[in-house]
Design a protein around this ligand. Structure first.
Ligand code: GLU
Length: 903
């Protein structure tokens, strides 16, 4: 019995000591509005995701318990009891008035916080119990309606209302009738869906100032019928009280001339709104912040506020969560504190600053006053429920869009396109298409995006030639001619901005940058060469290698002679040799060195320290060179080397067997033409090329890029083309390539009539497209994805092998040089030491001995007589074995065994 009690008390004790569990549950009760439920869950998810990084949040995981309820109160109470029984920390919703009030009273009884986000005109100024409503209080809303009527100086106005709740909202306005002598006329909308009767009454009464106060559900229909009846005309001034006005499609009323004023709680330009929407765009299915409804946004903010308040509760108390059965009298002891924390917490959300005053009513509400213009709703004023009584009006100059922008909106432009891939192309379709639908392409996509930004309409018209200036008449043909003659408004294709064209028309900023290059067939494979074994090293390296071999061999010969240790008795058994011999003869030195290069070695083995030093350096050098050669040879054997007949435009100009040209009258051809009259000798190649192209105009100047490409494919012809078009071609034609770099830098722009007032707006729209990465995205789509793009990138990257130059193997040469130098120094040291010793031994002067030695070395004799002092053998004198020491200093020891030893 005692253990059983302990087991029951233990979790309670633990929760008191350890505080709230890691996971808490919050419940949401929803009517049929799926979007508000989505907001609730989405906000909980956000809190859970950010809980570890955001210091305002506790690390508790919120588990959402969303339930869809009916209006049946019995069912509602059963659901709420079930939820309370499982232990929850708060209940959100529902929206429906009766059920919401019922849930609220249950929560009050159990002391569980209840959060609602609904407009409740019957709500007392001091909310009861633990409930909290994020919707602006009716008293605040009534004040702004009253304020608007005052600011608009309406003396007489009609109120078109839906139900008795409206009367509460309109109360301060109705009071004006007694205090200020204003006349307010009330018109009840009726049951609907036909509200025309009440609207017609207003029309008949000839009241021009109208306040429409109805729920969001019927607002759209009421406005539609109001327009049909004719109370949304130029002489009428209308205030719509709904905070969700901005979410409606108001385009049908934009041009009616009605003075239409509304209010909004959500500012679509607020960075918090934009960032939050960006995060949840797909989840909420909204494209624009202005589509966000107030109650939905409030639900999101409510959860955020709840989570922040919960952190404060958790920090302040080691509370627990209680399971509350409806049939008991238990209450959640932390409910009241939690509710108080919510009232004292502040956060910035989708609906601005979420803050409550001492009465638990939302304070510091900021409402935007908006006006419907031809550009849609624009903000004309701001009102704050706490700081100011008056509306802060935004000056008209700031709100009014320029006349140009307004006129752009209603325009239909004729846009010229050329059927040049991929800027403009005919759509491939099995059905017959008409109008703009017939074309697609990079240029068309850009125009379409710009039209969406600026709001104009457009009609595409095909004009195949970009246009050239007739030097005689001075008139322009093609696209540019049509723009000059007002036959078209815009032209978009691969239209290069040039100074000559800029004199005739205006261009927007470039939407693409490029330069002239050469389109040619891919270079062919090199035929195998007899001497391909030489390819691993550059000719420089080969010549250095030969040079180094000769130098090292000669040095070995010289050092071998200078090094005393290299002079040896050729007959080791003859103790007193007459002559000493040196193994590093001229021939042997060369043989020794070549043996090392060939990795074969030789019989010759250096004995002296200096000769060994030099040999080691040489072997090291050979090791690295041979390894590098072998490795690079393997690469050369596996890689196909290709030969291009020319590598740049200068080489192309010199090739007599390859024709070349550019598009007729195109910017590329004009580039060469501009150099024709230039006196600058630096550009003689370009002049020469221009003369060649002019002389062979018929043969080498195709009218379109496609004809140029066909010529490259079939003839010995190189096409001078713009890099962007080359890029497009080589994505699809795998045996084509770009040869050489860019000859110039330029861009494509949209052509527009000279001094057009729209140029600035087009530039701004283009900048927006490029800043948002849309142009890059479109380029990728049309170059690499659509119409066979990416075909030639399947084979992967090309591998190549390059001969090793001096910069690759220079270090080994350096090591060899240093080693050889050291061994030379050491040889001199050894020689001087030996001469010194001999001069002492032979009792001659050092100089004399040195001269003798040098003279002997100069003779290049292969044998050296041994030196004796006073006719006695050197051995008997100093017990030296030098004269008869065999190579490596090995002296065989002869052991004679006497017969007596055996015994
Ligand atoms: N983009 C060129 C032009 O605007 C046409 C192509 C070319 O000349 O390479 O004329």
């Amino acid at each position: 019995m005692v253990t059983k009690r302990l087991l029951i008390l233990l979790p309670i004790f633990l929760s008191c000591v350890l505080g709230f569990p890691k996971k808490v549950r919050i419940a949401g009760l929803f009517d049929q509005d799926k979007a508000i439920q989505r907001m609730f869950e989405s906000s909980i998810n956000t809190v859970n995701v950010e809980r570890n990084e955001n210091k305002e949040l506790s690390n508790v995981f919120f588990e959402s318990e969303s339930t869809v309820i009916e209006t049946d109160l019995f069912e509602v109470s059963t659901k709420v009891c079930e939820l309370l029984k499982t232990g929850i920390v708060g209940i959100f919703g529902p929206q429906e008035k009766v059920t919401a009030e019922y849930v609220q009273s249950m929560c009050d009884t159990m002391e569980v916080p209840h959060i609602s986000v609904r407009q409740d005109p019957g709500e007392p100024l001091q909310p009861r119990g633990l409930s909290l409503n994020l919707y602006p209080h009716v008293s605040a809303l009534s004040r702004i309606y009253d304020q608007l009527v005052t600011e608009f100086k309406w003396k007489s106005f009609a109120i078109l209302y839906e139900n008795t709740d409206s009367l509460i909202r309109m109360h301060p306005l109705l009071k004006r009738c007694d205090s200020q002598g204003d006349s307010a006329f009330m018109f009840h909308l009726g049951e609907g869906p036909n509200y025309r009767q009440a609207i017609q009454d207003i029309k008949r009464s000839e009241i021009e100032n109208i306040i429409i106060d109805c729920s969001y559900d019927i607002l759209s229909e009421v406005l539609k019928q109001a327009q049909q009846v004719g109370i949304l005309s130029e002489k009428h001034k209308v205030i719509v009280t709904s905070l969700d006005l901005q979410t409606l499609d108001l385009q049908p009323y934009q041009y009616s001339g009605v003075n239409f004023t509304g209010l909004r709680l959500i500012d679509p330009e607020d960075p918090i709104v934009q960032q939050t929407l960006d995060k949840h765009k797909n989840e909420w299915g909204l494209d624009d912040p202005s589509e966000l409804q107030v109650e939905h946004a409030l639900m999101y903010d409510a959860v955020q506020l709840f989570a922040r308040a919960f952190k404060q509760l958790k920090d302040a108390t080691k509370g627990n969560i209680k399971k509350l059965p409806c049939d008991g009298s238990d209450r959640w002891e932390h409910g009241l504190s939690f509710s108080n924390f919510m009232r004292s917490t502040e956060t910035r959300g989708l609906t601005g600053l979420v803050k409550f005053d001492r009465d638990g009513v939302r304070s510091n509400i900021q409402l935007d006053v908006v006006r419907l213009t031809e550009n849609g709703l624009i903000k004309i004023g701001v009102w704050n429920s706490t700081t100011g009584k008056n509306i802060e009006w935004i000056s008209e100059t700031n709100t009014k869009k320029s006349d140009i922008e307004l006129s752009l909106q209603n325009q239909t432009f004729t846009v010229l396109i050329a059927l040049t891939d991929p800027y403009g192309m005919e759509k491939e379709s099995s059905t017959t298409l008409s109008g703009n639908e017939r074309y697609e392409g990079f240029g068309i996509d850009i125009i379409d995006r710009i039209s969406q930004i600026l709001g104009f309409n457009y009609t595409l018209q095909v004009e195949s030639s970009t246009g050239a200036k007739n030097n005689r008449t001075g008139k322009w043909s093609g696209m540019l001619g049509k723009i000059i003659n007002d036959e078209a408004d815009l032209a978009i294709t691969d239209l290069t901005i040039t100074s000559q064209r800029e004199e005739a028309v205006d261009f927007t900023n470039p939407f693409m940058n490029l330069g002239i290059s050469i389109l040619y067939r891919k270079p062919t494979k090199t035929p195998p060469s007899l001497f391909s074994f030489l390819s691993p090293f550059s000719s420089d390296v080969w010549s250095y290698l030969i040079g180094v071999y000769i130098i090292v061999s000669l040095l070995l010969f010289v050092i071998g002679r200078l090094c005393p240790a290299e002079w040896n008795n050729p007959y080791p058994c003859v103790e007193e040799a007459e002559e000493l011999e040196n193994q590093f003869t001229f021939k042997n030195a060369f043989w020794f060195a070549i043996g090392a290069i060939m990795q074969q070695g030789s019989e010759i083995a250096p004995i002296g320290i200096s000769t060994r030093m030099m040999a080691s350096c040489w072997w090291f050098f050979c090791l690295i060179m041979v390894s590098s050669y072998t490795a690079n040879l393997a690469a050369f054997l596996t890689v196909e080397t290709v030969v291009s007949p020319f590598d740049n435009v200068e080489e192309l100009a010199k090739k007599k067997n390859i024709k070349y040209g550019a598009k007729l009258n195109g910017a590329t051809f004009n580039f060469f033409k501009n150099f024709a009259n230039s006196k600058d000798s630096d550009y003689s190649t370009y002049k020469e090329m221009y003369n060649y192209m002019i002389a062979n105009e018929k043969d080498v100047m195709p009218e379109t890029n496609d004809l140029g490409l066909a010529k490259v494919k079939t003839e010995e012809y190189a096409f001078l083309m713009e890099s962007s078009s080359i890029e497009y071609t080589i994505e699809r034609e795998c045996n084509m390539t770009q040869i050489g770099g860019l000859l110039d830098e330029k861009g494509y722009g949209i052509a527009i009539k000279k001094y057009s007032p729209y140029r600035h707006h087009l530039n701004t729209a283009l900048l927006k497209l490029s800043e948002s990465g849309i142009i890059t995205e479109l380029k990728k789509k049309w170059w690499q994805e659509k119409r066979g793009g990416g075909k030639c990138r399947e084979n992967g990257g090309t591998s190549s092998a390059e001969e090793l130059g001096l910069n690759n193997v220079g270090g080994v040469f350096l090591v060899l040089t240093v080693g050889v130098a050291l061994s030379c120094v050491y040889t001199i040291f050894e020689l001087l030491l030996d001469v010194g010793r001999t001069s002492i031994r032979e009792n001659v002067s050092f100089k004399e001995e040195l001269m003798n030695e040098l003279k002997f070395i100069m003779k290049c004799s292969s044998s050296k007589p041994t030196r004796r002092r006073n006719g006695t053998s050197s051995k008997s004198e100093d017990n030296s074995t030098r004269g008869c020491t065999p190579p490596y200093g090995f002296i065989p020891t002869v052991i004679t065994t006497s017969p007596t030893d055996d015994k």
